[in-house]
Each structure stands twice: as structure tokens, then as C-alpha cells.
Design a binder for this molecule. Structure first.
Ligand code: UD1
Length: 325
């Protein structure tokens, strides 16, 4: 499966210095005019391609947002406080970034008549009545983060239905890969750091909770498909359809790194989702999306990297623009 071509567009990537956003920028920069809006809360300027323009600022600031969206025809909205935990600590503050700013962005997109691809989340499903979860599974978030992403997801649909704006919501499952870092980053990067340092690998709760881990290269591809699909005004799951317990993840990470770290248990996390795995039927059918990177491959690649020293097959696949259109 090759990536669809996104060429000759004027594009804004919010959160374009961050984990998912920066990989997306790498894929888009060679053949598009790319602008990044980012407050550098989790990202760095280290990876920015020369041709991309960076606007440093807060996505929640109206004037900055107006400037960043002026003249663009395609927007990827990745800026967010991604930590579920953080949203439980600070619902109001995270709502400002995750929801209020997103709504302001949709307004700007309406003025520009720009297509918008928003980063929604599997967190909107909460404790789903059935797994794997389909897009039609009733949403019942268990955290402020999940509520904020659900509202964004629904606003995207509404802006399509009410105003005819071309919107797509991508419901990311648990994304992992190079450049994921920081105190509130995902469990894979935390376990890898602990394993490398020979520190205990900390499982929250009994470790029997499950997640669907999707490589950032696949998430980039889903975004490129969303940028070109005719099936707008819709939401799509972006995962792999496979799930893993956090306990077996800890063991897999330990094996992949050759670490002798102990595995210890802590209190479970308030608001934590128990089981999460994507049904990809709709994404396959309507978007042509399927995941390509196996977890073992993605983990082995990460375990082999010291920080981000090496270029490799897994990422080249994501960041390489399509040759055939
Ligand atoms: C993650 C994403 C969120 C995304 C959602 C979609 C991050 C930081 N969060 O949330 O943005 O929308 O997936 O499903 O990427 N855990 C441990 N030990 C640790 C850290 C975590 O046991 O040191 C456990 C957690 O309790 C949880 C699981 O691992 O059960 C996953 O946690 P985390 O990586 O923070 O992601 P989610 O909360 O699933």
C-alpha cells in the first residue's frame, strides 16, 4: 500500500513540532508549502525541514490562530494536551487547548474554506460495550480528555453537516514511535526509558488492561488518506486491530532492550480505560487504511535507537512522499 499524494497545497499543521505533527510535517514538506503552529510545549525545532515555516505561539490565542490559518487550504490539527492523566488533574486548563482552541480553529477553517483533519481519540469510547470498537460504538468517555476529544470529533462532523466544511476526524488509538518523549508521554516510551536505565518498569494497576498500539508511520499515512478522501464529514478509527496487555508490553520491552529491570505494580490510574482495540472495517473500506507496522518491528526499531540517532526502514516508509501519486 502506498501513501496518497498530497502535493502543491498550502498546509497548516498545528502541533507540528510535537510527536505526531513533526512526522506529518516530514511527509508533507517536500511537496507542499507547510506552516507549523506550535507552542513548543512538547516539541523542539530540531527536526523542522528547511522549507517549513514555524509560527511559535499558542493555538488558544485567537490572533495567532488567524495569522496561522490565513491563506491555507488544508489543516492537520494535532495540537493538544495528550495526557489523559493531566486532563484529570486540570479539566479546565486542558479544555482550553483541546476543545476551545479547536473550535476556534474550525471557525478559521470555515473562513478559509480549508479541509480540516482533526486528531480525535479512542479515549472517546471510554469503557466500550464491545471490543473491538467500531465507530458506531456509543461514546462514553471516562476522562475530561475523552470528553474534550469527543466534542472536537462531533464539532468536526457538525461543521461538515451545517456549513459544508470538508472535515475528517481520525480516532487515534495508542500511538508510539520515535520522538515520543516527556513526563506525560505514552507508556511505550516510558517503559523503554525505564528499561534502558535499568530502573523498575512501573505498571499502573494489575497490568491486565489492554491497548491497541499503532506506529506513528501508520498514523501519518492515515492523515494523508484523510486529506484526499471523498468520504468527508466522517470519523475513522486509526489503530491496528490487535491488542496487548500492559503486563505483556512490559515483558516485551524488557526482552527487546535486553534489560534486567524489575517489573513493579502501582496504583491504577483514575479515569483509565480498561480495554481498547480498534475495529478497522470502516477505515479499510472507506479510507483504504490498514496498519503496516507490526508492534514487534516498531519496538525493535525503537529499542535499537539511542534517542533518534538512526534513520530506518520503518520511518522512511512513513516520511517518504509517494512516488506514484
Ligand atoms: C493514550 C494517549 C492519548 C490517546 C489515547 C488513545 C498518550 C500520553 N496518551 O492514552 O493521547 O488519545 O491513548 O487511546 O499518548 N501505564 C502504566 N505505566 C506507565 C504509564 C502508563 O502502566 O508508566 C498504563 C496506563 O495506566 C494505561 C496504559 O498504560 O493503562 C496506557 O497509558 P498511556 O500510554 O498514558 O495512554 P492512554 O491513557 O491509553
Amino acid at each position: 500500500m502506498t501513501e496518497p499524494a498530497v502535493r502543491g497545497r498550502r498546509i497548516l499543521v498545528t502541533g507540528g513540532l510535537g510527536f505526531v505533527g513533526s512526522h506529518l510535517v516530514d511527509a508533507l514538506a517536500p511537496e507542499n508549502e507547510v506552516r507549523i503552529l506550535d507552542d513548543r510545549s512538547s516539541g523542539t525545532l530540531a527536526h523542522v525541514p528547511e522549507s517549513a515555516t514555524v509560527i511559535e505561539g499558542d493555538v488558544g490565542d485567537r490572533a495567532t490562530l488567524e495569522r496561522a490559518t490565513h491563506g491555507v487550504d488544508l489543516i492537520f490539527h494535532e495540537a493538544a494536551v495528550v495526557s489523559v492523566e493531566r486532563s484529570v488533574e486540570a479539566p479546565l486548563e486542558t479544555n482550553r487547548t483541546n476543545l476551545a482552541a479547536s473550535l476556534a480553529l474550525l471557525e478559521c477553517a470555515r473562513r478559509e474554506d480549508a479541509r480540516v483533519v482533526v486528531a480525535s481519540s479512542a479515549a472517546i469510547y471510554g469503557h466500550p460495550a464491545e471490543v473491538p470498537v467500531r465507530e458506531t460504538t456509543p461514546a462514553a468517555p471516562t476522562s475530561p480528555y475523552g470528553v474534550q476529544k469527543l466534542a472536537l470529533d462531533q464539532y468536526a462532523r457538525l461543521y461538515h453537516d451545517l456549513y459544508g466544511l470538508e472535515t475528517v476526524a481520525l480516532r487515534y488509538f495508542n500511538v508510539y514511535g520515535p520522538r515520543q518523549q516527556g513526563p506525560y508521554s505514552g507508556v511505550i516510551s516510558t517503559f523503554l526509558e525505564q528499561a534502558r536505565a535499568g530502573e523498575p518498569i512501573t505498571i499502573e494497576g494489575d497490568g491486565e488492561q489492554t491497548r491497541d498500539f499503532v506506529h506513528v508511520a501508520d498514523v501519518v499515512r492515515a492523515n494523508l488518506l484523510a486529506a484526499t478522501t471523498d468520504r468527508v464529514g466522517e470519523a475513522y478509527n486509526v489503530g491496528t486491530g490487535r491488542r496487548l496487555t500492559i503486563e505483556s508490553l512490559a515483558e516485551t520491552v524488557r526482552d527487546a532492550t535486553g534489560s534486567s529491570s524489575a517489573v513493579v505494580h502501582r496504583e491504577p490510574r483514575p479515569g483509565d480505560v480498561r480495554h481498547s482495540v480498534a475495529d478497522l472495517s470502516k477505515s479499510r473500506r472507506a479510507l483504504g487504511f490498514d496498519s503496516q507496522v507490526e508492534l514487534e518491528e516498531g519496538l525493535a526499531d525503537l529499542a535499537g535507537r539511542a534517542g533518534e540517532a538512526s534513520a530506518d526502514g520503518v520511518l522512511e516508509r512513513a516520511d517518504r512522499p509517494s512516488a506514484d501519486g
